[in-house]
Design a protein around this ligand. Structure first.
Ligand SMILES: NC(=O)C1=CN([C@@H]2O[C@H](COP(=O)(O)OP(=O)(O)OC[C@H]3O[C@@H](n4cnc5c(N)ncnc54)[C@H](OP(=O)(O)O)[C@@H]3O)[C@@H](O)[C@H]2O)C=CC1
Ligand SMILES: CC(=O)N[C@@H](CCC(=O)OP(=O)(O)O)C(=O)O
Length: 342
């Protein structure tokens, strides 16, 4: 197949381009850039790829659809809200890494993203692609989940689906490396602020809150909201979502562990590590989500530690996993990755 990529100049787009180059079912990657008016060398738009002899084309939806079998958008919030319609109208396969079509209603998007939403019709045509629980086989528009949402939902799924916790007691303390903020410099991601520091940001205002709640409600309609905090930590890649919830009466540690084994033992990318609590470093460089737990029988609180690489399982890796589901390729195609270890 031929795959189109929009957003190669961004962090997620760069990582995605590297994954697509190693994908056994992709014969050619065609790159499109919104700033070009004529073809240009990739090195001129993304100097990190200076050794690649590849041309980038100006962004033009009709040409993308004529020359490709699928398009990936690794673009800033607000881009596909405007750009998705011609692809949807033509039932052309799209994998969208942004949050623009993840939420079901325009109101929710505008409230949390502070931008104009995609048309209602487009939101209804998009399919949320949390790969382990929402197969996108046969879908044409995939809204790839957010990074924090992925780590948090995978951490919570067995507990919520099997009704092991009080769903209105959920508290999430999530931490991310600076690459999650994208390539644009800001006061908080500036080296002097980010290094040797921890910064809580977007308290009770993070745009992944409605995304997580929307998905949890599919599993248990009693979920009303969650308490969710995000902290910027001085690492480049990685997310740790630390989740706390009160277990339901009569639930014990063995039942909690069994629920995770049941959900994930057959999954190639999600590993339940029991009471061994995973670290960010063990997943960075892979499409894995490692999950461990610690249950306190005194307080009846379970703590879940869910870690991912925000650029891979949280973005480009899950996008490739969704491509594999969409086109019926092996789930792990192009994703045989190893952690850096040190
Ligand atoms: N970084 C992460 O860990 C994760 C990111 N995401 C989401 O993925 C998307 C990309 O993220 P990230 O790579 O970090 O962001 P970056 O800011 O690093 O990159 C954004 C990309 O979008 C392009 N772009 C901006 N405006 C337009 C436009 N009008 N038309 C077409 N392309 C445009 C930029 O091109 P140029 O610079 O040339 O203008 C750049 O290639 C975002 O929506 C983000 O929220 C999702 C999960 C995790
Ligand atoms: C560290 C950091 O700033 N991370 C970003 C990650 C979210 C993101 O990528 O946004 P969407 O997936 O919703 O588009 C943030 O917290 O906003």
């Amino acid at each position: 197949m031929q795959a189109a990529l929009v957003g190669v100049t961004g962090y997620a787009g760069m990582v995605l381009y590297q994954l697509l180059k190693g994908h056994p079912n992709i014969k050619k990657i065609n790159i499109y850039d919104h700033k070009l008016t004529a073809p240009a060398d990739l090195a001129s738009v993304a100097p990190v790829f200076k050794y690649e002899n590849v041309q980038v084309q100006p962004y033009e939806p009709s040409q993308i659809m004529a020359a490709n079998d699928v398009v990936f958008f690794a673009t800033s919030a607000g881009v596909t809200a405007k750009a998705s319609q011609p692809f949807l109208d033509n039932h052309f396969p799209v994998i969208d890494l942004s949050g623009d079509l993840r939420l079901n209603t325009r109101d929710q998007y505008e409230k949390w993203y502070h931008k104009p939403a995609a048309p209602e019709k487009s939101l209804q045509q998009a399919h949320y692609g949390l790969a382990e629980f929402e197969s996108v086989k046969g879908q044409t528009y995939v809204a790839n989940p957010g990074c924090y949402a992925t780590a948090t939902l995978l951490g919570l799924a067995p507990l919520v689906q099997k009704q092991l916790i009080d769903v209105n007691s959920i508290i999430v303390d999530a931490k991310s490396g600076t690459s999650g903020a994208g390539k644009k410099l800001s006061a908080s991601t500036h080296f002097t602020e980010a290094n040797d520091n921890l910064q809580i940001y977007k308290p009770n205002q993070h745009q992944h809150i409605p995304e997580i709640v929307q998905e949890l409600q599919k599993w248990d309609q009693h979920v009303s909201t969650i308490q969710f905090m995000t902290t910027l930590i001085p690492v480049t890649r990685g997310i740790m979502s630390t989740i706390y919830a009160r277990v339901n009466a009569g639930v014990n540690q063995a039942q909690l562990e069994q629920a995770y084994h049941h959900s994930y033992d057959q999954q190639p990318f999600v590993h339940f590590t029991d009471t061994e609590l995973p670290t960010i470093k063990q997943v960075v460089g892979t499409n894995n989500c490692d999950i461990g737990l610690a249950y306190n029988p005194e307080t009846k609180i379970v703590m879940i530690d869910s870690v991912i690489d925000n650029m891979l399982k949280g973005a480009a890796g899950q996008a490739v996993q969704n491509l594999n589901q969409m086109f019926d390729y092996p789930e792990t195609a192009g994703l045989a990755l190893q952690p850096a270890l040190i």
